[in-house]
Design a protein around this ligand. Sequence first.
Ligand code: ADP
Ligand code: ZN
Ligand code: ZN
Length: 834
Amino acid sequence: MSLFEDQHNFAEVILPVPLPKSFCYSIPLGTDVELAVGHRVLVEFGNRKMYTGVVSEIHQKRPEKYDPKPILEVLEVDPSVTEMQIKLWKWVAEYYMCTIGEVLNIALPSGLKLSSQSYIQLHPSFIVEENLEMLNDKEFTLLSTLEKEQTVAYSQVSNIIQLKSPYKTIKDLIAKEAILLIEQIKEKYKPKMEKRLRLTEQYAEHPEVLDKLFESLGKKAKQGDALLKYLTLVPVHEDHMTNYHGVSKKEFINVGKELSASSVGTMTKNKIFEEFERQIPRFELSIADRMLPTPELSAAQNECLQKTVTGLNDKGVCLLHGVTGSGKTEVYLKLIKSVIENGSQALFMIPEIALTSQLVRRLKVYFGDVLGIYHSKFSDNERVETWKGVQEGQFQVIIGTRSSLFLPFSDLELIVVDEEHDSSYKANDPAPRYQGRDVALVLAHFHHAKVVLGSATPSLESFYLAVKQKYAYAGLTERYGNAQLPEIKIIDIKAMRKQKKMKDDFSDELLQLVHKTTEEGNQAILFQNRRGYSPYVSCETCGWVPSCPDCAVNLTYHIYRNELRCHYCGHKEHVPKTCVSCGGTSLKTVGLGTQKVEEGLKTFLTDIRVGRLDLDTTRRKHSYEQILTDFEQGHIDVLVGTQMVTKGLDFNNVRVVGILNADSLIFFPDFRAHERAFQLLTQVSGRAGRRGDAGTVILQTTMPKETLFAKVARHDYRNFYRKEIQERQQYHYPPFTRLIKLTIRSEKQELTRDSAEWLGKRLINWLGAKRILGPQEPVINKIRNYYLSEIMIKLERENFDLKKAKNYIHHAILNLKEEKPFKRVWVSIDVDPN
Ligand code: ADP
Ligand code: ZN
Ligand code: ZN
């Protein structure tokens, strides 16, 4: 019996709203599609708003307290979402203490969520001619347009009647019963189409009349021959449509060589060819790329591969710890290849910024059409295509950032998490604040898939688990080929200044090296972890420092627009002509940002071409790839940048890496500061000398005796690990404990303080004082006019009921919100914060 013959069937629907549950809707009779878990449906929720929801359960339990509304529409024949995905959403919501709606919101590409828009329509009983006299000009224009177009988007009305606010006109017209305001739902997804050519059916079906074609080609019959062969390779019939690509005009003319565009036009007119539209892939490799050979593994790589395979069979998870440039990627590719040969799926995860065209191209060469790409800079349409490609089995390998964990895999056998230590695997705001690496482990568990965690500088968590033999371990200790790890020199900034061997922020040694290497036709990378020109400016007379009106931070100076900017809220202002505090007229810049490094380089080394890679230069979709391509092709000699230059870049000619000031990296008030510093410095150093001669790294600091720098210089991960893990244990930090951070926000400082105290007390009562740190104001205690306070909850890893603790936390927050004075306080929860 179909579900629809029973009136009392209900569906639980997950909606993209921050409420902690799913919602019950009734399934109307006579729907064409038999409703199933995973179907996208259109429902009304709350104040007559429409949402795209996802069915998570079908049942017969009528809710007691309310009469469920009906599902308005089932949006598809086959469900877009799998049960396994819903299982993952539920896990993420529970573990990261957010709502399942929040998970849906980031998991489902917005191209699969319908948007509802307001439209206006002519009122059916409004006869234009009879009522014309009551209309003014604007109204008349609008109604004439409506007569033609039938419906017009509300947002378009102002264009039609040339008024900034069309509100009054519309209100009047509604009152006159001339128009109706309606809500309409629009499917957002649009495939990318291209006009292509193919043989018409007549010619395809009756090869004998193809002679006509040769006649029409006359002298060019030879080319025509080639052309025909080419075209007849591609079938025309409907039943062959799936693999019928047709050819683009350009390609067509290329194959036919001397064939001109006009003769193609004539043949189209004579119905030999026809034009048609076809959806085309977003990323097509050139023929040349397709011919590139795939490399053979070295002996060391082979050994590592075998160890990884054995390790995966043994433990399910393997940490692949290989120094920078050791060729981990080739090992991953071999592993993935065998997954494909099994007919299964593999996911290759990379950190946010590392998705360079370099790596994608390398994978595309290797895997061809079964490779799909998923990335946050992708458009909605591209994301939907990848989603569908995974679902329909076209893509067996996905390369993507953390959100690709939410794709509809059906048969996942392997996940590779490249650069597993990278902090961009962790999602911050909005919720879910999930750690992509950890969710990968869970997803793999659901699919009985294996996980490879790869890094030159593993996270302390992962290395610890490898030491404990929870994970298998495979190492690559040498660079691929004859390449050597770079020599890392520590330069004492203060001593150099005394000896007059510093030019502004550059040691003479660094400048000389950069000069020499670029003279020799090689390249350099300079790293400074601040964007802008200088982190702040200050009055030379009284020391006043301009700060953001809405955040508790100093404004960063940006030289190109001569502007001060807040890096937290985006506030911008002109540099003041006089000091607000004393009226003085000279402001000086203090500290070093990437723009100043760029400027300094151009001053001291006049002949070199400098490029800059930071948030400011990479806002547009392809700018990141463009800068890297320019660098790769040698149009740039020196690349200056923030941590963007530290990640995964693989260039042949980089001989020198300069770290302008390593101090700031280890002063963060964060238990992970040393770990991050070690990783960042090792990674950026790892860009030098990846092929050919060894590279050199200049690490400038005012603390040359800092032992962490010495360990970076000796490439000594193990000693770094030993010391760090000891401290974590001693002070009860991860991996020995689990942290949950609560951030309390309100518009008033006292309110934030009071509510944080209240919450802290409640949590101490329930969880014990030793588990609660704070409340404490963070260093930046105001952002976008919200005052902040933080409570850190430390929970034991073992012998502790995590579920219960989370329940307490949820309750404490609910109770807080129920207290009258704290109504306007927000608390966000971050499990395993970065
Ligand atoms: P890692 O990810 O470990 O830093 P990569 O995988 O990027 O290192 O490899 C470093 C460089 O060595 C790359 O340019 C890669 O093409 C090259 N390489 C690695 N293994 C091989 C191989 N087996 N054959 C040819 N080139 C290789
Ligand atoms: Zn002043
Ligand atoms: Zn601000």
